[in-house]
Design a protein around this ligand. Structure first.
Ligand code: SAM
Ligand code: DTB
Ligand code: SF4
Length: 347
């Protein structure tokens, strides 16, 4: 099938998207994988590393979040990290094969007094030759422009769920606040990273609603993180019933079909997924993930565990500058076999 066969649409109807969610699983996977292959190499994954530059004591009340000051999750709060430390963490992430460094802060929005330090982080990480991403909460137009001018490539700001379910999860800001920040990010010329969380007790209609919001934006987010709720003790969602893994994989597949050119990120929650579920997520069209043993405050599979999975699946990481002394990575055992993952060996 040629790339023309799947136009990039921004006019999806609720009915169409629900119908995708309700397809027989094998048909849905086939459609997602077919579209994925029109736009991407199906065995290449982009890897980003997260760094919590300001941890805990967030004034917001997001029911899933271990960093909200309102819930006792036992998290030690920390001040904004020194620029030098951020840069040394970014160097380590680059050496491990990560190409993007995502800096997250537990803020409702950045304070004017924090901006200078944050902008220095962007410049310092950029100077290492890595892509930069930040997630700092709501941004004004001026803040978005300042970050863009400093060289920030991506801004992560998740819609998290449908407009209808949002009020069940967060009461300290509105859906419109989120959309306004996303508009400021776009207008300032940065790439948008926006997705959501599944497994928070939402209905399939809410997963439809979230993806409709993202897919009907005038320009799709370049990166769409799909997080599985990480249940953290002390948060209101700690005892949330487990979502069936197939529903998570379906959400990835529908995101892939609706936004064919976007990177769909198999995001938080991998620590509780086995290799089979993660490989189904790749088959559904996920082609980006967080790399490194920690997300912001919760565990993530370590690099060596992910390398083992990549080896089993013949997955390569995108544009890696990994230091071969530090990590295992793939080399073709012979040039003629280069494109056949079965013939890749670990060094
Ligand atoms: N404070 C900023 C904000 O909320 O926009 C940036 C940091 S916040 C931790 C970034 C995102 O992490 C949230 O929007 C949410 O999607 C995700 N997240 C936080 N806690 C999570 C959890 N327990 N499970 C899954 N995703 C989570
Ligand atoms: C995103 O969608 N997921 C990441 C990143 N963007 C910032 C954060 C996941 C956080 C999971 C809970 C934690 O580690 O604190
Ligand atoms: Fe604060 Fe972000 Fe956590 Fe919400 S998700 S409590 S805004 S750190």
């Amino acid at each position: 099938m040629s790339a023309e066969a799947s136009p990039i649409r921004h006019d999806w109807s609720r009915k169409e998207v629900l119908a995708l969610f309700q397809m027989p699983f094998n048909d849905l996977m086939f459609q997602a994988q077919t579209i994925h292959r029109q736009f991407f190499d199906a065995s290449t994954v982009q890897v980003s590393t997260l760094c919590s530059i300001k941890t805990g004591a967030c004034p917001e009340d997001c029911a899933y979040c271990p960093q909200s000051i309102r819930y006792d999750t036992g998290l030690e709060k920390e001040k904004l990290m020194e620029v030098e430390r951020v840069i040394s963490e970014a160097k380590a992430a680059k050496a491990a094969g990560s190409t993007r460094f995502c800096m997250g802060a537990a803020w409702r929005s950045p304070k004017p007094r924090d901006m200078e330090q944050v902008l220095a982080m962007v410049k310092g990480v950029k100077a290492l030759g890595m892509e930069t991403c930040m997630t700092l909460g709501m941004l004004t137009e001026d803040q978005a422009h300042a970050l863009s001018d400093a060289g920030l490539d991506y801004y992560n700001h998740n819609l998290d769920t449908s407009p209808e379910y949002y009020g069940e999860i967060i009461t300290t800001r509105t859906y419109q606040h989120r959309l306004d920040t996303l508009a400021n990010v776009r207008e300032a010329g940065m790439k948008v990273c926006s997705g959501g969380i599944v497994g928070m007790g939402e209905s399939v209609d809410d997963r439809v609603g979230l993806l409709l919001q993202l897919a009907n934006m005038p320009q799709h987010p370049e990166s769409v993180p799909i997080n599985m709720l990480v249940k953290v003790e002390g948060t209101p969602l700690a005892e949330q019933e487990e979502l069936d893994g197939f529903e998570f994989v379906r959400t990835i597949a529908v995101a892939r079909i609706l936004m064919p050119r976007s990177y769909v990120r198999l995001s938080a929650g991998r620590e509780s997924m086995d290799e089979y579920m993660q490989s189904l997520a790749f088959l559904a069209g996920a082609n980006s993930m967080f790399y490194g043993e920690k997300l912001l405050t919760t565990p993530n599979p370590g690099v060596s565990k992910d390398q083992q999975l990549f080896n089993k699946l013949g997955i390569k990481t995108e544009n890696s500058h990994a230091d071969s002394n530090l990590v295992e990575h793939w080399i073709p055992s012979s040039h003629s076999l280069k494109d056949n993952p079965l013939y890749y060996n670990a060094v």
